[in-house]
Design a protein around this ligand. Structure first.
Ligand code: NAD
Ligand code: 4TP
Length: 342
């Protein structure tokens, strides 16, 4: 078993603080040993007297020190003022991500877990990708994936309220990700829906251990278009993809009205949902359990998870940030790595 590689995220956000808190919670669990890839100076947001740090020479050393100190694999760069993002840190932020991907690609790390980045801050420094998901897709391009290639963004939230021990966890994948809403209709093409659905079916099976998964598909328009009267994409673009996948033996619905797809009873009928755009899929997940939601990039040759929240500049440096979503992301990374690597 190899350690997990945790990226810095935006050093002015809550990433450094929740990394410390996650370490404190997980330090007795060797399966969840991780190293933070960061300039040691970036970790100034918490009283160091309570939080020991150990600079390590290689990721493989993380497990042996994890019980006693937060392992930090150092990279160049400096700290930031909490709550004061600065594009000057962009190089450090992206170096941390690239280093983590290299470690996972070399199988020195079993997975990459990313702390949140502020996209607009990176854009101002010339970062050319909408977010982690697309950046990771580009970094991993050309390497074989264990199932249909992504990247596809999935968010998941736990729900153990199903009764009789049944879980009603919500897993939502997206066809379109970080694009303006006004471009969404044009981006819902036969190929885009088919690719995302294939990636999601592969991931449910291989990363989540669900044999012959049931996939529910959201419509794009109100009431899934009312048979074309309220928009034609559901009938003419999405449903033909669903029919094609059913003909191949997959359990896939037609486009369904999205507004009635996420309540607990509806969730009994599927293992995952394919949503057409960002807020359609992410609002239900973050509403169901904001503090334990996890963002997972599907269809990469490496395992990558992240908390479901952002940089939270408004509370950075106050000591009140909750580490729960990062902890859930670390646990989920290990779970998926176990499915992939045994
Ligand atoms: N994985 C990622 O990299 C990721 C995910 C989402 C958003 N973002 C980025 O984060 C930036 C800010 O986004 P936003 O304001 O929409 O969302 P946000 O999640 O940063 O904050 C939304 C609200 O939730 C609170 N909050 C968030 N995480 C919390 C935690 N762990 N504990 C307690 N409270 C918490 C914040 O204080 C804020 O009030 C944006 O630039 C966005 O691009 C990054
Ligand atoms: N779209 C995600 C969300 O709202 O939670 C978030 O921006 C993270 O995206 P990346 O993992 O691509 O950075």
């Amino acid at each position: 078993m190899k350690p997990l590689a945790l990226t810095l995220g935006d050093p002015a956000g809550i990433g450094p603080e929740i990394s410390w808190k996650a370490w404190e919670r997980l330090r007795g669990e060797p399966d969840h040993a991780f190293a933070l890839i960061a300039p040691p100076d970036a970790l100034t947001q918490i009283d160091r007297a309570d939080y020991p740090l150990r600079v390590i020479a290689q990721l493989g050393d993380a497990a042996s020190v994890f019980d006693e100190a937060l392992p930090v694999l150092p990279i160049d760069g400096s700290g930031a003022r909490p709550g004061q993002p600065d594009p000057a840190h962009a190089d450090t932020v992206t170096r941390s991500i690239r280093t983590a991907v290299e470690l996972a690609s070399d199988r020195q790390a079993d997975a990459v877990v990313t702390n949140p980045i502020a996209k607009d801050v990176l854009y101002r420094a010339g970062f050319a990708f909408p977010g982690h998901t697309e950046y990771l897709g580009a970094l991993c391009e050309g390497t074989d994936t264990p199932y249909h290639p992504g990247p596809v963004m999935m968010l998941s939230a736990p729900d153990d309220q199903g009764g009789k021990g049944q879980r009603l966890d919500l897993r939502v994948g997206l066809v379109t990700i970080h694009i303006p809403l006004c471009q969404t209709c044009d981006a819902i093409t036969h190929q885009a829906v088919l690719d995302a659905a294939r990636t999601m079916l592969g991931a449910l099976c291989q990363d989540f251990g669900i044999q012959n998964p049931r996939l529910a598909v959201c419509g794009l328009n109100p009431h899934a278009g009312e048979n074309g009267a309220l928009g034609t994409e559901d009938r003419d673009v999405i449903n033909p993809v669903c029919r094609l996948l059913r003909a191949e033996g997959h359990q896939v619905t037609d486009a369904l009205p999205a507004d009635t797809l996420f309540h607990a009873e509806a969730r009994r009928s599927y293992d995952g949902v394919l949503a057409m755009y960002h807020d359609q899929g992410l609002i239900p997940v973050k509403t169901l359990d904001f503090h334990r939601g996890v963002n997972i990039t599907l269809g990469l040759p490496i395992v990558r998870t992240s908390p479901d929240h952002g940089t939270a500049f408004d509370i950075a440096g106050q000591g009140i940030a909750r580490p729960d979503s990062l902890i859930a992301a670390i646990r989920k990374a290990r779970e998926i790595a176990n499915y992939r690597h045994g």
